[in-house]
Ligand binder design. Structure first.
Ligand code: CA
Length: 226
């Protein structure tokens, strides 16, 4: 579970390329007690999101270099599960569904009311306290922080980043069969010809036993057991 202390400020990452809006939001949110980091493009936002711990992310949808939804998809595929609120000038139902599909927790259409933003961020931060950092694999567990698997015997096995990302994707939806193409796109961002999914399934089985990932012939892979 979370290691934050009650008196710590909420750590917020703001990814917004509109300089004036970013400055204004940074000021307002800092005044409200958030510790704010700001990034002006998607690539910088991705870097910060992958390397630092935040309680909540506010991400503009239209960003240079890497757009807001791509940023979000990449964070989610690397097992970053911090709540994300998407800001956007686009507010159709279709846009909203796209954002939620990409893993957003909330969605606010520009121009928005600052009080509403504040209320939604407080709700997301409260919800974040309940987010688990642990997924079950049979009678074992997968832990986010140290990127390790606790075997039923109590032994712990450390995973490399990509091994972890693949196993987390499978364990997040344990009853779903994932196609190789889906895993390749979501976890590894690799070209269709790549056999990277099979390679990392092999690595996981070598470390954790053959049964940790099940092959569903003709369809792909699903979570197995430990
Ligand atoms: Ca923008």
């Amino acid at each position: 579970m979370t290691q934050r202390q009650a008196q710590d400020p909420w750590r917020l990452l703001l990814v917004e390329d509109d300089v004036e809006l970013a400055e204004m939001l940074s000021d307002v949110l800092s005044d409200e007690g958030y510790s704010v980091d700001a990034a002006a493009d998607g690539q910088r936002g991705l870097h910060l999101g992958l390397t630092r711990q935040y309680d909540v992310l506010v991400v503009d949808r239209g960003l240079p270099v890497l757009d807001g939804l791509d940023l979000l998809t990449r964070l989610r595929s690397r097992a970053v599960r911090t709540p994300v609120l998407i800001l956007t000038a686009m507010g159709t139902v279709h846009d909203r569904v796209d954002g939620l599909d990409a893993g957003a927790d909330d969605y606010l259409v520009k121009p928005f009311d600052l009080d509403e933003l504040g209320a939604r961020l407080r709700a997301l931060c409260r919800r974040a306290l309940d987010v688990t950092d642990v997924l079950r694999i049979g009678s074992g567990h997968l832990h986010v922080g140290p990127r390790e698997v606790a075997l039923p015997s109590g032994e712990r096995v450390a995973l490399a980043a990509r091994e972890f990302a693949l196993l987390w994707a499978l364990a997040s939806r344990p009853t779903t069969v994932h196609s190789r193409a889906e895993l390749r796109r979501m976890v590894f961002h690799e070209a269709p010809a790549s056999s990277i999914v099979d390679t990392y399934v092999y690595y996981l089985r070598r470390k954790l036993g053959r049964q940790v990932v099940r092959t569903v012939h003709g369809l792909g892979y699903r979570l197995g057991t430990l």
